[in-house]
Design a binder for this molecule. Structure first.
Ligand code: NAP
Length: 251
């Protein structure tokens, strides 16, 4: 299937590793121009160099920015627009939030995770919308978690904050649809990345939770993002789509 992503311009937050990096790779296979982001300048530069070599292209760029810090998402969008000469596709994939039960989580932690998961998305969208509206084209994609639909044990801030992000995206999708801009949320299930190791979830534990009986591979989610970013997905908006091997039982 021709996705028509050739020459489109994308910024993928949190993309020096894991799911974000797989999204960059998938977009590059479609000849999209991409800006890679993470907190670490070194990781950003090495990821850009790796992809420039692998795809024999100069159309991969880097912007280091920490989404936990106020105004960094806005700065990153502006730099990405300047490096690529525009921005058609915004993928907000943040680092995973803190682990802890309700009574373990301090107010400071709530505020920090709110900045990371929520405000970074709001700011990045605000910075991207004027140009997307002018072009009558835009794709906004947010990577959250299956926690947005079913709470995961010990991930209190993720459970609380991410459910609300689904509502925000539905609301936003109504406002921007007439400009040819779609807004969709991707809910990863148990996916084989460093984050899963950090949460100490082994393949054996996950097998019992997932009908498919295995971990998801980042690429399996990334290819959905490429499709949703394409012209072919222009009538899909306001959706929350899980890539989870059937783990979610809710409708
Ligand atoms: N893996 C799973 O099973 C799973 C399941 C459900 C939901 N999710 C969610 O999916 C998202 C991606 O997960 P993942 O498994 O790909 O995580 P990961 O392997 O830990 O990768 C996270 C990426 O984000 C970057 N990053 C972390 N904090 C950042 C910040 N403050 N600002 C900018 N970049 C930042 C990291 O690079 P640097 O460290 O260099 O900054 C890295 O490139 C997370 O929000 C996670 O909660 C994952």
């Amino acid at each position: 299937m021709q996705l028509g992503l050739d020459g489109r311009k994308a910024l993928v937050f949190g993309s020096s590793g894991g799911i974000g990096k797989a999204i960059v790779e998938s977009l590059l296979k479609e000849k999209t121009h991409v800006v890679v982001n993470s907190r670490s300048q070194d990781r950003v530069l090495s990821t850009v160099a790796e992809f420039q070599k692998a795809f024999d292209t100069k159309n991969v760029f880097g912007v280091a920015a920490d989404l936990n810090q106020k105004d960094e998402a806005t700065r990153a969008v502006k730099e990405a627009q300047s490096k690529m000469g525009g921005l058609d596709i915004l993928v907000v994939n943040t680092g995973g939030p803190a682990k802890g039960s309700f009574e373990d989580i301090s107010t400071e932690q709530w505020l920090s995770d709110y900045q990371n998961l929520w405000i970074s998305f709001v700011d990045a969208v605000k910075a991207s919308l004027p140009e997307m509206k002018k072009n009558k084209f835009g794709r906004i994609l947010l990577v959250t978690s299956l926690a947005a639909k079913e709470p995961l044990k010990g991930l209190t801030t993720s459970n609380g904050l991410r459910a609300g992000l689904s509502g925000l995206c539905k609301s936003l999708s109504n406002e921007v649809a007439s400009y040819g801009i779609t807004v969709n949320v991707i809910l990863p299930g148990y996916t084989n990345t460093d984050r899963l190791k950090e949460l100490k979830l082994t393949e054996d534990t996950v097998k019992g939770l997932v009908p498919m009986g295995r971990l998801g591979q980042p690429q399996e989610l990334a290819d959905l993002v490429s499709f949703l970013a394409s012209d072919r997905a222009g009538y899909i908006t306001g959706q929350c789509i899980a890539v989870d091997g059937g783990a979610l039982r809710s409708f």
